[in-house]
Ligand binder design. Structure first.
Ligand code: BJ8
Length: 387
């Protein structure tokens, strides 16, 4: 066996994908292709694709636009919400700028109230998510919301979305999810094949590769190449295996990934919306009714805005075993009540059901807490036993 020292060239393309995406989105606009901006993984990309539009996840991970947001929003609000709003308000997110329509959703209170202001300066549509999946009525509402979104897009873009087009988009998204899952499942390898940070970068970059067919092909080739190199002995050193969970991650909060991997740990799985929440369990058996199928799929996203959020724990239960996880690190964004409150359940689950260590790291979009995070994460990794 020899230690891996460098990555295949393709990784660099993924790392630059978000920046390159700015140019690509401009070209898409010039070709007359509609752009739909989104903020949440509950939004059914399939319906947007079936409209011939490109769904794009909007900028929300930098503190650059927070001062502008704080002119309108309270300071003690989650940084992701302030950043999203600030990017829209200042037109500093090219994706927001080029989006014909932005779609929000009724998840946490902060986001849904912020959307009311965003709708004042951008064509905006709100999807109603139920607060739980406990009743048939909540699920019926979610199916109706799929139909209502389809009708909104037909009306807004003046086109027809047939069920055949939705079925095609479902098939494409299933392939997309399968390719992404296959790639991040490299995290199961022990000793590791690549770092968690590299898995994150590829997955993050994949969100800004708008040619899905090409993305699927590239991801599959990359996974194959890494596996072949692994079989030929290219590995990383064994270290405590950490699962990262919690709020979405990206931009400044990558500091938490680095804190783990620079201080003796290795991230093997990301249970969050940036990487796996809308992928891991969403490829379900086809149903006759495409709207029911989509509603079922997206109800499987394990977000802590839901009461009760059983899908999150189903996923954690499975991946903690499959990825041979030694400890769980939860990243919560400041003032995010849903994830902060649910963190006790995650901690109890790790300690009582899985018998592994757990740490909660609360942070924001500044760099002022990097030293403190490094110190806590180092102590967490050192205290981990039996890995
Ligand atoms: S499905 S995680 S993308 S809502 S961090 S804004 S919850 S206060 S981002 Fe999310 Fe959809 Fe859920 Fe995923 Fe509110 Fe918390 Fe801020 Fe959050």
């Amino acid at each position: 066996m020899k230690l891996r020292t460098e990555l295949p060239e393709i990784f660099h393309n993924f790392k630059e994908a978000r920046r390159d995406g700015f140019i690509n989105v401009k070209e898409l606009k010039e070709k007359g292709i509609p752009i739909v901006g989104t903020f949440c993984t509950y939004l059914p990309e399939e319906i947007i694709l079936a409209a011939g539009a490109i769904p794009i996840s909007l900028c929300s991970t930098s503190d650059e636009t927070i001062p502008a947001a704080e002119e309108d929003l309270p300071r003690n609000l989650c940084p992701l919400i302030k950043s999203s709003y600030g990017f829209g308000k200042t037109d500093k997110c090219p994706y927001f700028y080029f989006a014909d329509l932005v779609i929000g959703e009724t998840t946490c209170d902060g986001k849904k109230k912020m959307y009311e202001y965003m709708a004042e300066f951008k064509p905006f549509y709100l999807m109603n998510l139920p607060n739980s999946w406990n009743t048939d009525a909540s699920f019926e509402l979610w199916i109706d919301e799929m139909v209502r979104l389809k009708e909104k897009l037909e009306d807004f873009f003046n086109l027809e979305i047939t069920e055949e087009k939705i079925r095609e988009a479902i098939n494409l998204m299933n392939e997309d999810r399968a390719a992404r899952k296959e790639f991040y499942s490299l995290g199961k390898l022990n000793p590791p094949a690549i770092s968690g940070y590299d898995i994150f970068k590829v997955m993050y970059g994949a969100n800004y590769s708008f040619d899905k067919e090409n993305l699927i092909k590239t991801l599959n080739e990359t996974t194959k190449e890494i596996k072949e190199e692994y079989d030929n002995g290219k590995v990383l050193p064994k270290k405590p295996r950490i699962l990262m969970t919690g709020c979405p991650i990206g931009g400044v909060t990558e500091k938490v990934i680095k804190a783990v991997e620079d201080n003796g740990g290795h991230i093997v799985f990301f249970e969050n919306c940036t990487i796996s929440k809308n992928i891991d369990k969403l490829n379900i058996e086809p149903m006759d009714n495409v709207y029911e199928e989509l509603a079922t799929k997206y109800s499987l996203v394990g977000c802590s805005c839901m009461s009760y959020n059983t899908h999150r724990f189903d996923l954690l239960d499975e991946v903690i075993d499959d990825y041979q996880v030694d400890g769980v690190l939860e990243m919560g964004l400041q003032s995010c009540h849903p994830y902060a409150i649910e963190s006790k359940k995650v901690k109890d689950f790790c300690h009582n059901e899985k018998d592994i260590d757990y740490i909660y790291i609360e942070t924001d979009y500044s760099e002022s807490d990097i030293e403190q995070i490094n110190t806590r994460v180092t102590a967490f990794i050192e205290m981990m036993e039996d890995w």
